[in-house]
Design a protein around this ligand. Structure first.
Ligand code: SF4
Ligand code: SF4
Length: 296
């Protein structure tokens, strides 16, 4: 049974290295669609920004997510943070995202609340998120130059129109930096995930770190790409540990570095170091058996 009774921002296991072995997180997999297409992502599996491909499982309705949440809180101690990390993007699934947050907040007012997004469509929901008590935000920014972004994003869809090439990248990058600025100014702890793609953006990492730091981001997570079958970057070289280390060292001139990311699944629960996948799979199956429209 969870016994945490106060909100303490220091208790986020991803944003605070010292908290990683004491507090756990729960990801609620309620957001299947995405509004952009990264060339390293195959959504048949899950968002590689926040999960290892191929090991994602069910997508839950908001009502099922609460059932899952309650069971996790009973079975896994010291969950301090609830997050939505896909498997697509939280703001390509706005209705489900807001309903889930609303339900969780009502039941668990002391839970840290964390979102992970590509940043394209979060700003229209700024007021609601602040009101719901958002505490931590992750935005994935893998380029701040449109020429480099155009190699990473196949398309960006916004307001019923699809953008390609540099136009798409420019739109996305602009929204990402605006979101970093707005949320950090409002006191939200902002992490930037940077997907390291050898030959594409490895020489660009420092520039991204500098710009997002100037925009107000607090922490930078350089994540080596995980090549996924069936994507344009399926054969990209997976960066070696030493390369990642060197890039983090360079970027640390501008912004604090996260070094303990586990590239978790979209339905992960518990301490970062614990693989609770069997337990979470069982509980997800129970939640899935509940009516998708259940009123709790
Ligand atoms: Fe995939 Fe996430 Fe990129 Fe969307 S933002 S295409 S889910 S990696
Ligand atoms: Fe934390 Fe990284 Fe896992 Fe996200 S993917 S929950 S940042 S450890």
């Amino acid at each position: 049974m969870n016994t945490i009774k106060t909100i303490n921002r220091e208790n986020h296991p991803c944003f605070n290295f010292g908290a990683r072995n004491k507090f756990g997180r729960i990801h609620l997999p309620i957001a299947p669609k995405c509004n952009i297409q990264c060339n390293f992502c195959n959504r048949k599996y899950s968002c590689v920004n926040e999960s290892r491909p191929g090991v994602t499982s069910a997508v839950l309705s908001p009502a099922q997510a609460i059932v899952y949440f309650d069971m996790i809180m009973e079975k896994i101690p010291n969950i301090s943070v609830m997050g939505i990390a896909g498997p697509g993007d939280a703001f390509a699934n706005v209705e489900e995202t807001l309903e889930t947050i609303h339900r969780v907040r009502e039941k668990y007012p002391f839970m840290l609340f964390c979102l992970s997004t590509n940043g394209l469509n979060i700003l229209p929901y700024f007021d609601e998120l602040i009101e719901f008590g958002l505490t931590h935000l992750t935005i994935t920014v893998s380029a701040v130059k449109k020429e480099i972004g155009a190699k990473i994003y196949a398309w960006v869809s916004d307001n019923g129109r699809t953008y390609y090439g540099e136009e798409a990248a420019e739109l996305l990058i602009g929204r990402q930096l605006e979101a970093v600025k707005a949320f950090s100014k409002a006191g939200i702890v902002v992490k930037v995930n940077f997907i390291l793609l050898p030959g594409i953006n490895d020489q660009h990492a420092e520039e991204v770190a500098r710009e997002v730091s100037e925009a107000g981001a607090n922490i930078f997570n350089c994540m080596p790409v995980y090549p996924v079958e069936g994507t344009p970057f399926a054969n990209i070289r997976e960066p070696k540990g030493i390369e990642v280390f060197k890039i983090r060292e360079k970027c640390s001139k501008y912004i604090k570095q996260m070094t303990h990311c586990q590239r978790c699944r979209a339905d992960a629960a518990g301490l970062l170091k614990d693989d609770n996948s069997e337990k979470t799979q069982d509980l997800l199956s129970v939640a899935l058996a509940v009516s998708a429209d259940l009123v709790t």
